[in-house]
Ligand binder design. Sequence first.
Ligand SMILES: [Zn+2]
Length: 253
Amino acid sequence: MELATHTTTTAAEAFDDAAVAVVPTGSVEQHGPALPLGTDLYAATAVAESVADRDDVVLAPPIPVGASGHHRQFHGTLSVTPETFEDYAHDVVASLAEHGVRKAVFANGHGGNTDALTRAARRLRERDVAFATPWNWWSNLEGLEAELFDVDGITHADAMETSMMLHLTEHVREDALEDAEAGAAEGWGEGVHGAPVGFDAIDFSESGAVGHPTKGNAEAGEALFEKATSELGALVDWLGAQSFADLRPEGHR
Ligand SMILES: [Zn+2]
């Protein structure tokens, strides 16, 4: 069920069957000259919507703006502090728990959110409020990215994100992909003798992109989307079958 479409009356009934909440989390941040600012939001929302029709799922509305301070020098980037984001994500799941849905997946589209979501999930479990798990749409592609692009994992505004956006939206400026790639960094970050010396994208990427955006294509995007949605469906199946008690450590207390 998609929570925002319900009334309080119909939600009360729908919550009876619901076992797992899915909370999409995104970002609104620079993705170079070719991809939309909402890339991570669009990807997370689309993947999460694949489970919207399940009776055992409560699909929450997305949390759009994430922790994107490392992109702030580029036009259009919005950001909240990791602490604000952590508290907000925590509180959304805590409100779902008040209605009896105490297991949740953060369906995340922005790597910069992961640490804050993990801290929110720890707090929710430590305080016996809920069990939540942070899951990125690219978490378990099982080598698909290597097969498609000969890369190991996702970076930023790269071939994978370009592909997802070509498959899911009309917002890719395809004539800017060459510029994105010309000014792209080879990899994320910058180091000297093993010490990180570049903390923001602008330190190492002229265009804001990383990797090879020109290799992105809609067919690859469809394959990535199919894999991500099938993994989310399987994760929700698993989480739905767990008892809340089993998701907490026994401990000596
Ligand atoms: Zn992104």
